[in-house]
Design a binder for this molecule. Structure first.
Ligand SMILES: Nc1ncnc2c1ncn2[C@@H]1O[C@H](COP(=O)(O)OP(=O)(O)OP(=O)(O)O)[C@@H](O)[C@H]1O
Ligand SMILES: [Mg+2]
Length: 296
């Protein structure tokens, strides 16, 4: 018997085919995954959510922007020969450094070494961004897994995105750090949508409760509205999937957390995906704005 999710996926694929027919000039939607506090499952979310989008029929590239501390390869169970640093130090283009991840998701590694840290200067960042821009023409989504915190690298990567998903947990320090990240984004002039995923919660109510706390603080002090994206419960499957280096949506497709990710992906697509939306500010324009704002 065909279940509800399969029917929905079929509907999404048909919708995608229609969109692809209309849309010969691809322009990827850029989504940043971030957090104030580290170790809250950004990388896990990035790869599992991307696989879910891929299963809906979209082309997805995950870019690990945690430069020098990249662990997308470990969590995806792959090993790549190149990383972002090869764009700067070996003059490779973005298509040469991109590798194959699970289920057809493409992966770009942020590298694991000291040389990657040198990528953070403005000139290198600029070069990197123009390569990412090339990528926009050949895929549907670019999912950027940023590092944690409020460093200029994290903020700049989020500023290049159409929207951001901030992952937070019930830990009061995580809530505080999420607020600080949102405040930094608002003060930097970020105008994209801010979505929140509550991870490591014990149930749906706890997810909502955390979100509401954050929502009220952000609305009161920053006058900005954030959006609830979903929740993920603490469970051993996610931990084991990391240990076994298989994304949990593949190892445990029936796990309620895997289903939640699928629902988040479907809601995200349903929200108003329109790759050719004319008035969308171009990626290049947003990058220019970063430099203009800084007076470079
Ligand atoms: N819902 C969950 N249930 C159980 N364990 C979890 C859950 N979410 C995350 N974890 C654990 O948290 C660890 C950190 O996950 P991950 O590496 O994806 O976080 P991160 O935010 O990308 O970290 P970093 O800030 O270092 O980049 C995982 O290895 C996993 O063991
Ligand atoms: Mg990570």
């Amino acid at each position: 018997m065909i279940d509800q999710a399969t029917k929905l996926r079929e509907m999404m694929r048909t919708k995608l085919k229609e969109e692809k027919l209309e849309n010969k000039n691809k322009k990827a939607r850029v989504l940043a995954i971030s957090s104030g506090k580290g170790g809250v499952a950004k990388t896990n979310f990035a790869i599992n959510f991307s696989i879910s989008l891929r299963r809906l029929g979209y082309d997805v590239v995950v870019l690990d922007a945690d430069l020098g501390l990249s662990n997308i390869e470990i969590i995806s169970g792959i090993s790549l020969n190149n990383s972002i640093s090869d764009i700067i130090f070996a003059n490779k283009d973005i298509f040469e450094i991109m590798g194959n991840g699970p289920e057809g998701v493409k992966i770009i590694s942020g590298g694991s070494g000291l040389k990657e840290l040198k990528l953070l200067d403005d000139e290198n960042f600029n070069k990197l961004i123009s390569e990412i821009e090339k990528l926009q023409k050949s895929t549907d989504f670019i999912v950027i897994d940023t590092g944690a915190g409020i460093s200029s690298s994290v903020i700049n990567f989020i500023m290049t995105a159409d929207e951001v998903i901030i992952i937070c947990t019930p830990d009061p320090t995580s809530l505080m750090d999420s607020y600080t990240l949102i405040k930094s984004l608002v003060y930097t002039g970020y105008t994209g949508k801010i979505n929140i995923v509550c991870n490591l919660v014990s149930n749906r109510d706890e997810g909502r409760e955390i979100f509401e706390k954050l929502y009220n603080t952000v609305e009161n002090f920053l006058r900005v509205q954030i959006k609830y994206f979903g929740y993920i419960e603490r469970n051993r499957h996610i931990r084991n999937a990391v240990i076994n280096q298989v994304p949990f949506i593949i190892s445990n497709p029936k796990d309620p957390n895997a289903k939640r990710i699928n629902i988040m992906a479907m809601n995200y697509m349903d929200a108003k995906y329109s790759p050719l939306e004319e008035e969308r500010i171009s990626f290049a324009r947003r990058i220019m704005d970063i430099f203009i704002r800084r007076g470079d």
